[in-house]
Ligand binder design. Sequence first.
Ligand SMILES: [Fe+2]
Length: 261
Amino acid sequence: MDETFFDLNCPHKLALLADFHNSEPAPVLASLQKNKPELITVAGDFVFGDRPKDGMLKIEENRNAVELLRGCASIAPTFVSVGNHEYSLIDADLKVVRSTGVTFLDNQWTKFEDMVIGGLSSAFFTSYKTFRANRPGKELYPKPDKSVRSKSIPPDMAWLDEFEKQSGYKVLMCHHPEYFPRYLKQRKIDIILSGHCHGGQWRFYSPFHHEMRGVYAPGQGLFPALTSGVYENRLVVSRGLSNTTFIPRINNPTEVIYIRG
Ligand SMILES: [Fe+2]
């Protein structure tokens, strides 16, 4: 696992974790203890998997994720946003998430010293919530139909107008980097923290772009543009903290990102 440092105009030292996917918390927590960030952001996909087995809460199948969040909250104030893998979390799951001491931001913002921190939830989470609420029956985690998963559904952005108007350095956790060109580029937000792409899984030098590039990313397809590093001086894309497929990561170490002023 790499520790990657970026110097941006951020007033506090911030750690960015993404795509933990219920993997191994110890190396991540050791890095945080060593580097002592003033705040920690978790930009989605801390859990892994689809709907849980009958009788289980999804969060009960993700004990390492709970351990990670609890560990983060004991190190520094921790802010968490929602990725696509969190889509099925119900109130009982979220109660456990909040009990770890983190601040969970589902299309919401909060203040931290001279910063304003928001969490833009994956559209899948928002659309599934509506789907579940409109469904008859008491099934906790009903199987979503295809329309709920559609990539053309936009996230809920209504709250961003108010977020943008706040004074202070604005940090937006947004799991999906592909939302940046579609929905966020014109907005006055200082930094946007994302993940989701796992670095493009395989990374090779591109003679066309004169840099390392990923091969595939969900939401961006083949030869994606936004998979690792800083774009336009404000979109930060983490390569993530795990591997969730049988296909190995190549030239693509996992990472914790630290952002300094
Ligand atoms: Fe994701």
